[in-house]
Design a protein around this ligand. Structure first.
Ligand code: ATP
Length: 390
């Protein structure tokens, strides 16, 4: 288990982190997710011991390691470049940390390593350990190759193998896939999840790519401006984002965020077919409507005109300009199934929205409200017998 308690880090005047507390369970896969400069890498470097926090404590497996060096923490950091030695074989690369840790300088000398009984015994142990790790990671057929003869995924495995022989408590990854092309990146996500299963170790994974974090992790810590804004499972993060900022960051298609003035439970046009159910509301509410919760229906509660259509293959992102008194500038983007036929630009249409899937935020603070959007009497609710227009 890795526990971060109230971590803060400043670089001179720059406050990179403040009040970061997070517990990562043994064997879990946690992603640190957030936009550039939000403090994810700094947090990872503090866990690794490459940097010291300005405030706060770090515990690993129950031991306070805040004052310990990287070498004393028994944590493996897997870098993007893999950092394999090009002139050594895979076997030698994986063996290296064992030789460095367990053998004296004399025992490591070329001829003596074969003559000294102590060196021979250790080398046999190491060879067995390298074979065991190679079998676990299914790279045993690659042991005599050099790094230049490996694919990116194989290099990653060797890098993990080299760390694994030392039996680390946890593996830390800092954006390991950011230099790869889109297709390979998706393939490598599966590789890393597989490595996590095989090794059973605690993985901490830094990324700014929400799809990567959502598809790989057990839990995600969302960082923004040096603070953790939410810690949740991928599903919770998507279904119950704690704030407008988190909702905007998570999800493949950007969420529609619309500020409205709420008078009691009632909403102004074009949302007057809906109401808000819940305790006392702030004067301004942000509606968070995911594009995939909107659909065309013959007589829906939202009326509008079709704007830009972005065709994406199986679906299309369609912009709607909603009409209704005082509603001229409300636009919504909907993800429509392209297989059912698409409207044309300029068409007058009506839309339904799945009210239960909408998110409500306080427009001033951005915080999630403990309230629900409901369809008012007579307003067609989406989700029940939805049909697209032909
Ligand atoms: P990215 O995805 O771009 O790597 P990040 O979320 O990992 O971003 P960090 O690298 O943790 O962000 O940086 C957090 C903040 O701390 C940034 O404002 C950055 O400029 C600052 N920072 C990081 N390292 C240093 C340093 N060694 N000296 C000064 N400022 C730093």
């Amino acid at each position: 288990m890795i526990e971060l308690e109230n971590l803060g880090k400043s670089f001179g005047e720059t406050r990179a982190l403040s009040g970061v507390s997070l517990t990562m369970a043994e064997g879990s896969f946690t992603s640190l997710l957030g936009p550039s400069g939000c403090g994810k890498s700094t947090t990872l470097r503090l866990i690794a011991g490459l940097d010291r926090p300005t405030t706060g404590r770090i515990r690993i497996a129950g031991r306070d390691v805040t004052g310990l060096t990287a070498a004393e923490r028994n944590i493996a950091m897997v870098f993007q470049s893999y950092a394999l030695y090009p002139h050594m074989t895979v076997r030698q690369n994986i063996n290296l940390p064992l030789a460095m840790r367990n053998m004296t300088r004399v025992e490591r000398l070329p001829v003596l390593d074969r003559l000294l009984p102590s060196a021979r015994r250790k080398m046999a142990d190491h060879a067995a350990r390298v074979r065991e790790v190679a079998r676990l990671l299914e790279i045993d057929a690659l042991l005599e190759r050099k790094p230049a003869e490996l694919s990116g995924g194989q290099k990653q495995r060797v890098a993990v193998g080299r760390a694994l022989v030392r039996d680390p408590i946890a593996f830390l990854f800092d954006e390991p896939l950011s230099n790869l092309d889109a297709k390979l990146r998706i393939q490598m996500r599966g590789e890393i999840v597989d490595l996590h299963r095989r090794t059973g170790r605690t993985f901490v994974y830094v990324t700014h790519d929400q799809a990567e974090a959502m598809s790989m992790s057990d839990r995600i810590a969302v960082f923004m401006a040096g603070e953790i804004r939410q810690v949740a499972t991928p599903r919770e993060l998507f279904e119950r984002p704690a704030s407008r900022e988190v909702a905007a960051f998570v999800g493949d298609r950007p969420i529609n965020l619309i500020d409205v003035a709420a008078t009691g439970a009632a909403l102004p046009p074009p949302f007057d077919g809906f109401a808000i159910a819940g305790p006392a509301l702030p004067p301004r509410v942000t509606l968070g409507i995911r594009p995939e919760t909107l659909d065309l229906v013959p007589e829906g509660p939202l009326a509008g005109r079709v704007g830009l259509i972005e065709y994406l293959g199986s679906e299309a992102m369609v912009t709607f300009h909603l009409s209704g008194a005082g509603a001229e500038d409300v636009t919504l983007r909907a993800a429509l199934d392209a297989g059912h036929g698409l409207p044309a630009e300029g068409d007058a249409v009506s839309l339904a929205l799945d009210a239960a899937a909408a998110h409500l935020f306080d427009a001033d603070t951005g915080r999630r409200l403990d309230a629900r959007l409901v369809a008012r009497d007579g307003a067609a609710a989406a989700g029940s017998g939805l049909r697209s227009l032909p």
